[in-house]
Design a protein around this ligand. Sequence first.
Ligand SMILES: [Zn+2]
Length: 380
Amino acid sequence: MSRAEATARAAVSRSAAGTAVEELLRLGLIRADLPLANGRGRPSSMLTLRADGAAVVACEVGTHETVIATHHLDGTLDDRKIVALDVPSMAPEESVVAVAAHLRQRVETVGPRCVGVGVSIPGMINRATGVATLVLPLNWRNVHVRDILERELQDMYVTVGQDALLAALAEFHLGAGASADRMLLLIAEAVGLGGAIVGLSSGQQPANHSLQAGHVIVDPRGPRCVCGAAGCLEMYADGRAFVRALGLGRGATPADVSAAVAAGLDDNALRALTKEIVVPFTTGLVSLVNALGPDRVVLAGLLAELPRLAGVRLEEVLAQSVVATAERVSVVPAELDDGVLRGAAYDAFSSLFRDPSAAIGARLTEAGTAVAGGRMDKEV
Ligand SMILES: [Zn+2]
């Protein structure tokens, strides 16, 4: 964006915006380029985030695979690595320490411009204390995840969040939730279904909550769920349910489901999908929409296929929701690849966004790196 746009968006005086821009240039976080003169007075220089300005390490802890990637300031996500870790079979602290060892390696590779580590876990986390209170897929109860990671990664800034909430943050800011006021995201994993609601409350402070959406009961006479209740939503709409409905056989993965859907489903398969997944899923969706009042519902993971496959049915069922009848509620597929990793990265950049000088200045000084990456191009 141009300097003039940045000043307008920040809603501060020209001199305050000028000081902030100078500081970001000095820290090497942005670049200022002069556009070609168009003969209408002095052009406003274009400000761009520098890919090499800063980075964070993003990590998604799963049951058997943990994914680690580097997310740069300009939004590029690269160096994606999958680490095989059988977390449920390990002692909780031991598994967090094992994840930390891989993260430390990556932090060292990124170097002094690494400003944080963002970790996603598939369960409940207290965001204030960093304690994972209950993560059923990993077999964790009251695990001090953030404390352990901070200890293992020395003074690195560490954030830990629930996977669905992180995916929701990414979609809200960068994907299918852009321009929504209050967005509900539901994501089907290989095992389990997560949800989160994100939005802007008054005062521009985000009002974000993770939900145990997978445990909304859609049929009390249904099969027993890992949480102890019967007929929970995730029994009907996670990866296992898709594999079953499409008759893919034991051992099939979410990737196999996506491949089957992409190859095209015949009428029988579509009927099975509607009966076994779409009907119970939309029953849960109506309750969630009524309780939470979103203006947009974003479906992620395998659920992202549903609006295209069963769009008509979703609209019909949503008409049973008093909220959806009174307000416009759109149901759309997620847009981002790696939404969870991008959300974890967004979270980890928060200290840099709050106070760039404190987040990166000290690290660079410590590392003996000159803080002059962003030399200001002379204004004419
Ligand atoms: Zn349940």
